[in-house]
Design a protein around this ligand. Structure first.
Ligand code: PXG
Length: 457
């Protein structure tokens, strides 16, 4: 028997209004319009209740790497739920899926990342890290080192610690954040700067803002630096080449732990297994979520380096932290099936050598459009900037909502990307075909032309 009744779009929208509080949503605005009811999906396409087909250029919320309708992921969950739907790893217990997954995760990561702690989400992973960083330094006899440096416009989650690590002022205003001991420095967003420096000079300057903060606070008070290899939710901010090597140098010089937030970049998105591999950093922690299960079930976690894990294991006694769903067996089984699929189909190499370059080449051409000022794409993670003038660069007036206009036009024409202000971001499923890339780009050009026309009215 189906668990969910059949209802019309109107009925769903009405019930939604009455009973459902959405994440990151202005409900007044939502209720004046109507929610978009997505009722099924296959491959790279999602379908609205009325049958309208949309190419999902965001992989859900950056997570459906393997695409929709992968039977082996569905089967892995069903089989595991029949065998053992739930058991925990508290009180000296474990189960095969969580152990097997931990071994597989170690095999795809850098050699010093041998241990994994599980959570239900990326936010919980970052909460875990805040406690681990501070506990590590306590155990090392340096309890002053409780401050964690993050960046403006970063996104690290919505829990109290996750939102504090995030560098978004709108989030900090709600709920009295950030919590003490979390500070924010400059992001490496060259296009958003006054562009007086070369990108590489700007990258060094952005990294040096970390060093300045360390010296301002005193190195004995700083425990860690956290950054997304490429900032995702903030607008796919690709740092200049000079940035990450300089950040690594600073962390090494001051003995500060490096946290590479791999919730979006991890598991192949950039054509390498992790963003840290792409940029050549050696993190002490890697929070992950999303792509580990291709979003089919919720699972997150933290890779912990030997440097930190050895101390926690030897000296912490009981680390009093954990979740009911840490290492949920069905989620772990889906993650195992997902990693096997990515490996068998060589999806990471495919992004590196084939579909990545194919999309990147067409993406770059978008700068030939009169309202596109910059286009960037690494692996299958990209953005372009909608601008009024290119030289000197000038944005459209804010109240024209150029980004949202483009996004809505694009969706009406059958493809989906997200607007972060007038920055348009894109991260399609790894399985997207060449023909589907052509389809995505054709729809993008069409929506750009239509948006351009309405902006001139
Ligand atoms: N770190 C990073 C880098 C993320 O992108 C999280 C942590 C938190 O993960 P959870 O699983 O708790 O959501 C994220 C999540 C957007 C958007 O609009 C991005 C995320 C979540 C929701 C919306 O781009 N990223």
């Amino acid at each position: 028997m189906a668990a969910i009744e059949k209802r019309s779009s109107d009925d769903w929208q009405e019930l939604d209004k009455k009973h459902y509080l959405h994440p990151f949503t202005d409900h007044k605005e939502l209720h004046e319009q109507r929610s978009r009811i997505i009722s099924r999906a296959d491959g790279v396409y999602i379908y609205e209740e009325d049958g309208h087909r949309i190419l999902d250029g965001m992989s859900g919320l950056w997570c459906v790497s393997a695409g929709y309708g992968q039977e082996e992921l569905v089967e892995a969950a069903a089989e595991q739920m029949r065998e053992l739907p739930y058991y925990n790893s508290f009180f000296q217990c474990a189960h095969p899926p969580v152990i097997e997954l931990s071994k597989m995760l170690q095999e795809v990561s850098q050699p010093h990342l041998n241990r994994v702690f599980y959570t239900g989400s990326g936010s919980e992973a970052n909460d875990t890290i805040v406690r681990m960083v501070r506990t590590y330094w306590d155990l090392m006899g340096q309890p002053g080192r409780h401050t964690i440096i993050s960046r403006k416009n970063a996104y690290h989650g919505s829990t109290v610690a996750g939102a504090s690590l995030s560098g978004m002022s709108a989030m900090h205003k709600q709920g009295g954040l950030p919590i003490p001991g979390i500070v924010h420095v400059e992001q490496p967003y060259w296009f958003g700067s006054d562009q007086t420096m070369s990108p590489d000079e700007f990258g060094i300057a952005a990294a040096r803002s970390i060093e300045e903060k360390i010296n301002e606070l005193g190195p004995e008070n700083v425990g860690a630096f956290i950054g997304e290899p490429i900032q995702g939710a903030g607008g796919v901010i690709v740092p200049p080449d000079s940035y990450w090597p300089e950040v690594q140098r600073i962390c090494d010089e001051y003995g500060i732990l490096l946290i590479s937030d791999e919730v979006i970049c991890g598991f192949g998105r950039l054509g390498e297994w992790f963003g840290a591999d792409y940029f050549g950093t050696r993190p002490d922690f890697m929070p992950f979520a999303k792509g580990v299960t291709s979003g089919y079930l919720p699972l997150g976690g933290v890779y912990v380096s030997d440097r930190v894990a050895d101390v926690l294991i030897d000296k912490a006694g009981e680390f009093a932290h954990g979740y009911t769903y840490s290492g949920h067996p069905a989620a772990c089984a889906v993650a195992i099936a997902n990693l096997k699929l990515i490996q068998r189909e060589n999806l990471v190499t495919r992004i590196h050598d084939d579909i990545g370059p194919y999309l990147q080449q067409q993406w770059q051409k978008l700068t030939e459009h009169p309202i596109v000022g910059d286009a960037r794409m690494i692996g299958l993670m990209g953005a372009f900037e909608i601008v009024k003038d290119k030289q000197p660069m000038q944005r459209f007036e804010k109240d024209l909502h150029a980004g949202v206009r483009f996004r809505d036009t694009l969706i009406r024409n059958g493809a989906l990307m997200r607007a972060v202000g007038d920055t348009i971001i894109c991260a399609p499923p790894f399985v997207i075909s060449h023909a589907e890339v052509d389809d995505l780009m054709e729809t993008t050009w069409k929506a750009l032309d239509l948006t351009h026309n309405t902006l001139q009215e």
